[in-house]
Design a protein around this ligand. Structure first.
Ligand SMILES: CC(C)(COP(=O)(O)OP(=O)(O)OC[C@H]1O[C@@H](n2cnc3c(N)ncnc32)[C@H](O)[C@@H]1OP(=O)(O)O)[C@@H](O)C(=O)NCCC(=O)NCCS
Length: 258
């Protein structure tokens, strides 16, 4: 059986955030984000229950285990407060996501499926990226910081060929994040979601799609600290602890050469 445990326990640090891969232990924090007045109206008709958040957190934990990636919960490195959630996920091989093929090169990697088919059959070589912030953390660059970290993880760690981001057309703040981190508008798809001025989710809501291809990725934002830390090691008095300032270079050493 493959050893899939390594990535499941990873934490990454950006200049202001601690990014933890979401699993069952983060269910309440995930709920805090999705129950926020700034967030839930973008995702459906009503606030999510804690039970729903527990199901999502389990699914995300399974995705980290089997697919090697899913969303992070973002914590303030100093206060430990929940700031938001975001990052990457593999996209299902289905008709909905198949609309994205039109915006990617006509090459075999686009349609190739990831070898592990659990918890669902996903694309192998390109990823979706997203973000959501609790109200009190808006307008301070936190989503862009999560976005930069996600792009670095996709291209530097997962070997992605492309990262895409989709949001309902009128979600201008999310579109601004895409542009701010270097993604470019590619076109429109239709999927289930919110339509401006209409109550409730619709089947054919227009979504804006932004894309960043591997060759156009200019490297991690200098403010993003490219470090992967094993949670157990950090908790165990490892030299990088949550909230501790650390600069780690691309070869994996920190500023003191450790
Ligand atoms: C989408 C969402 C995450 C964007 O949040 P945001 O706060 O606008 O984005 P950022 O955190 O990157 O902050 C950018 C703003 O902070 C400012 N800023 C301050 N410091 C900054 C820094 N260090 N780096 C970048 N921007 C900074 C920017 O100038 C920008 O200000 P502006 O909005 O006045 O132009 C947020 O609106 C949200 O949570 N929405 C609900 C969930 C959602 O829609 N998610 C996407 C679904 S696809």
């Amino acid at each position: 059986m493959e050893d899939l445990t390594l990535v499941a326990g990873d934490v990454r640090f950006t200049s202001r955030l601690r990014l933890e891969s979401v699993g069952p232990a983060n269910a309440r924090d995930l709920w805090l984000v999705h129950n926020d007045d700034n967030v839930w109206p973008w995702y459906g008709n009503e606030r999510p229950s804690l039970v729903q958040a527990e199901q999502w957190a389990k699914f995300m934990g399974d995705s980290w285990r089997f697919h090697g990636v899913h969303k992070w919960i973002a914590y303030d490195r100093v206060s430990g407060e929940v700031v938001g959630r975001g990052g990457l996920s593999r996209t299902p091989v289905d008709d909905d996501w198949g609309q994205i093929y039109a915006f990617l090169p006509a090459e075999p990697w686009v349609r190739a499926a990831y070898e592990i088919r659990r918890p669902f059959t996903a694309h192998a070589n390109w990823f979706e990226i997203g973000w959501a912030l609790r109200r009190e953390y808006l307008g301070r660059g936190y989503a862009s910081e999560i976005g930069h970290a996600g792009l670095a993880y996709a291209f530097d760690v997962l070997g992605a060929q492309a990262v895409v981001s989709c949001t309902v057309r009128h979600n201008v703040r999310s579109r601004a994040v895409m542009e701010r981190i270097g993604m470019r508008y590619a076109g429109k798809i239709r999927s289930r979601g919110m339509v401006e001025g209409v109550d409730g989710e619709q089947d054919d809501a227009p979504f804006a799609v932004c894309v960043l291809l591997r060759g156009d990725f200019s490297g991690a934002d200098p403010a993003v600290v490219g470090v992967r830390v094993d949670v157990a090691a950090a908790d165990d008095g490892g030299h990088v602890a949550a909230g501790e300032a650390v600069t780690v270079f691309k070869d994996g050493r920190d500023a003191e050469g450790r």
